[in-house]
Design a protein around this ligand. Structure first.
Ligand SMILES: [Zn+2]
Ligand SMILES: [Zn+2]
Length: 232
């Protein structure tokens, strides 16, 4: 039964992608389609479209999938080939509370590792509940803060600039000062960055908010499970 729910959710996701992101919908399973129509999520007419509730549900699944990708890629360091399957499981099992915790932890990311946009959730709009956050835009850090570059968002211009500076994911950096210009240090080299560039670089911040990390770890079953596995 659970398999069937996941299959139905996957079809719902594909319909959403076909409506919003040029995904080509093919080989649609008739019984799953009927099921989604019966559930009031899909409207059949000239092509498949979503009801308001269907749109909401699909958007949520996409959001969870892409958040999971960010988590697996940025925090757990899994490669792109490994993250797809896990993210596909994740999207069906993350609860609302864990979703918010993960999103906050990641600094409310706007794109997945493939560059597709992550539909914002309530937590992103509110911008509250920042407890436990560990990924920050570089521009949000203060002098003395240290961290590791995790990813860069923005267009090709920005990413080209980032690469030409050698500001690659995995590099450790320290913020030297933020005014009048934003200066960071990597190894023995210091760089002056403009605000746009500093805002485009997402950093896993070290040490000084470790207490907060623990709170999130306690709150999310995900981290609890991980700990337990490690213990056994
Ligand atoms: Zn993705
Ligand atoms: Zn958020």
């Amino acid at each position: 039964m659970r398999e069937r729910r996941e299959d139905a959710e996957n079809l719902l996701k594909e319909i959403w992608l076909s409506l919003h992101e040029n995904f080509e919908l093919k080989d649609v399973d008739e019984s799953l389609k009927e099921y989604l129509i019966k559930e009031g999520l899909v409207k059949a007419g000239n092509g498949l479209t979503l009801t308001e509730e269907g749109e909401k549900r699909a958007r949520k699944i996409i959001r969870l999938h892409r958040l999971a990708e960010r988590l697996l890629n940025d925090i757990l360091g899994m490669g792109e080939s490994q993250i797809e399957e896990s993210a596909c499981r994740f999207e069906h099992i993350i609860s609302d509370e864990v979703e918010e915790a993960i999103c906050t932890l990641l600094g409310h990311p706007t794109v997945c590792p493939h560059g597709s946009s992550i539909p914002p959730g309530d937590c992103c709009v509110k911008g509250e509940r920042e407890v436990g956050r560990i990924i920050f835009r570089l521009s949000e850090l203060s002098p003395g803060d240290e961290g590791v570059i995790k990813y860069v968002v923005g267009g090709k211009d920005l990413s080209d600039k980032v690469v030409s500076f050698g500001l690659l994911p995995g590099e450790r950096l320290k913020v030297i000062r933020v005014f009048p210009s934003f200066i960071i240090q990597i190894g023995n080299t210091q760089f002056a960055l403009d605000k746009d560039l500093a805002a485009a670089i997402f950093v896993l911040k070290h040490e000084n908010n470790r207490k907060n990390d623990t709170k999130v770890e306690e709150k999310t079953g995900f981290f609890r499970r991980r700990k337990r596995f490690r213990g056994k």
